[in-house]
Design a binder for this molecule. Structure first.
Ligand code: LIP
Length: 262
């Protein structure tokens, strides 16, 4: 499939990063047995992955800014563009040898996300989208699921980690949603949850206390797959308030109603 020059840059950077991440993931199993576990090893892998992405993306687009989970914001001369990058979304999964994690790369232009990529190096699912050009999984066009009834829907969520976020609210929301849907899931990688909504595998998804690098690429994937994105209050301040919901428009709006009752 013919991709734009921009997507080619993003794909090349992600594939290079993925090769090292996959090797590191192979090491994790050996480290599980040690008492301390592989936590330090994983943070080093995470940092290395971000440096590879930074090197590759800034070689191709030297003036763009770069916001990464590990290194924070690195300003570029071109103030209208910034990459928003999570080198390893789903770190806890990775740490526990669960093969559900992803590299997430978004490009923002003048405050609007114009391209996104989410890549799972283990399954080799590569999701890409560009503004106005649709969303693709391994070069096949994807669209959000068409289900319109909450009772038929499979919905994924995030849950706060120990000491982070509002656990009580999380319990209320999952309880309220669980009572109305066919299935509730918690997979542990926001970028993939959003990509799976875009691909119609999940009918909807919501999460609180997440960061721009967790959701930047996923937002454009869902939108380009014909889906509906909002924050958990029905607005569009996902980055500002760190909350997100995604689905088709009907299920997305139904989900917002249920969250409101929690
Ligand atoms: C993770 C998210 C996940 C969320 C975790 C964390 P990380 O990103 O993708 O959905 O529940 O709290 O933010 O930290 O693995 O890149």
């Amino acid at each position: 499939m013919h991709h734009s020059a921009l997507l080619n840059v993003m794909i090349a950077a992600a594939r290079k990063t993925a090769r090292a991440l996959k090797r590191d993931f192979g090491e994790i199993e050996n480290l599980q047995v040690s008492l301390k576990g592989p936590a330090n090893f994983v943070s080093a892998a995470d940092r290395r992955a971000e440096e590879t992405l930074y090197a590759e993306l800034s070689r191709a687009r030297p003036n763009y800014g770069f916001l990464g989970e590990e290194g924070g914001m690195r300003d570029g001369a071109d103030k209208s563009h910034r990459w928003i990058v999570d080198p390893l979304d789903g770190t806890t999964n990775f740490l526990h040898s669960i093969p559900h994690f992803a590299i997430s790369v978004a490009l923002e232009r003048e405050g609007t996300i114009v391209a996104g990529l989410v890549y799972n190096p283990v399954s080799e699912d590569l999701f890409v989208a560009e503004k106005g050009k649709g969303a693709f999984l391994n070069d096949h066009r994807i669209r959000v699921a068409g289900r319109k009834v909450l009772a038929d829907a499979v919905i994924a969520c995030g849950l706060p980690h120990i000491g982070r976020g509002d656990a009580e609210l999380g319990h209320k929301e999952t309880g309220a949603v669980q009572r109305q849907v066919a299935g509730l899931r918690r997979f542990g990688a926001a970028a993939l949850d959003l990509a799976w909504v875009a691909a119609g595998r999940l009918d909807a998804y919501w999460e609180r206390d997440i960061k721009p690098w967790d959701m930047g690429a996923g937002i454009i994937l869902v939108r380009e797959a014909g889906g509906y994105i909002s924050d958990c209050y029905g607005g569009e301040e996902m980055f500002a308030n760190g909350t997100i919901t995604a689905g088709n428009e009907t299920i997305g709006k139904e989900l917002l109603k249920v969250l409101k009752t929690a």
